[in-house]
Design a protein around this ligand. Sequence first.
Ligand code: AMP
Length: 443
Amino acid sequence: MPAFRAPRGTRDLLPQDQLALGRLRALGEELAQRYGYHPIATPLFEQVAVFERGIGEVTDVIEKELFLLAPREEDGERWALRPEPTAGIVRAYVQHGMQTWPQPVKLTMTAEMFRYDRPQAGRYRSFWQFDVEAIGDPGPAVDAEIIELASRFYRRAGIKAFTILLNSIGDAACRPAYVAELTAYYREHVGELPPLERSRLERNALRILDSKDESIAALNAAAPKVTDRLCDACAAHFAAVREHLDALEVAYTLEPRLVRGLDYYTRTAFEIFPAGAMGQQSALGGGGRYDGLVELLGGRPTPGIGFGLGLDRVLLALREQEGGAGAIDAPEPTPVGVVVGSDPADTVTRLRVATDLRAAGLAARAELGQRKLGKQLEAAARDGAHFAVILGDELASGNVQLRDLEAGTQRAVALADLARELQRASISHRHGLAADRPEAMSD
Ligand code: AMP
């Protein structure tokens, strides 16, 4: 048993996982850019009030899951690690006067989130989200565009089957009457409510509908539906979102009990699950409209919509699928060349050749140990190298051997041309890969 371990609910991403995560991040960044989202980074922590206001005090995230930082006595500020990105991004929108920029302001961030939740499979205390926010557009077209973007992300990530659940949760005009009706409904069934849900009954009955507690699943199934109580404006907005999604041929399932755990959502709400797995721990991502949030955080009334997709959950889902993380359709890493040599002791020349290749912009390693050539080549192949540059006697006349480790072919190359030849070989190697995977060319 080692003396120290990663904190409970966190895990180290070892190189294989970190590479797969990197590819998901690159995929998200590439798609976000293609859809017109600009990158932003907000601090890892904010004043607690940003989250309390922006998320709502009667929510799991604030009541149970906020990762509070111990304050220093002298400044008395209360800080928390971000449990989700939207509140911080909207705080930044207000702080930097982005309402004066051309609207909508479309922002994206892929970052780690922190929730002090009870750790279990797929539920970590530190996890990654790919997030986009379109602030300043009332929709409905942008609602559909964002949902289509999420759907494209999962397809390109290699998730074979997923379901998009869609709902509208009304707005300030129609939700209060619905919440009052829901409160009355749960009051009639107060004896069936677990303690946490009972304590929420008078404060925020919507949270009960969103409860993870299986014991009230049937009670929730029979509760009044928000979609039956939408005002005309919300109903028209919801119909238009569906019309746009239908036009884009994005499949979705209507789920009137989907309310999302966060208070600031209005109208459109959606969540994505792997097909056949609807448990709370398996949600791959979710998002929705938050037309009241900018104002709550001190800005002018401004509509907005966004999503947060959980990358750790995508990696878990891929692991359970055939093909694993290899299914992620993101740029392949650069092919790597390894410099090996017949004189085990000559580390100077091997290191010098590799250094020149790196200076020319190529991914190159050198055998820095002093083992025999055969062992050097074995190690290069084991390490996933694509090419070996073999230094031998012909070095005296300025030549080396360039071996394609995958094809098993080999040819002599002048040392002076090595960088150019390796570059050319890498490019044709990449094209070879793309030809094997025609789906990588378009999506
Ligand atoms: P939420 O804002 O709670 O809907 O979270 C958005 C997405 O982030 C979820 O659908 C999950 O994919 C992911 N997520 C949320 N909480 C966790 C967690 N504790 N561990 C791993 N992923 C999470």
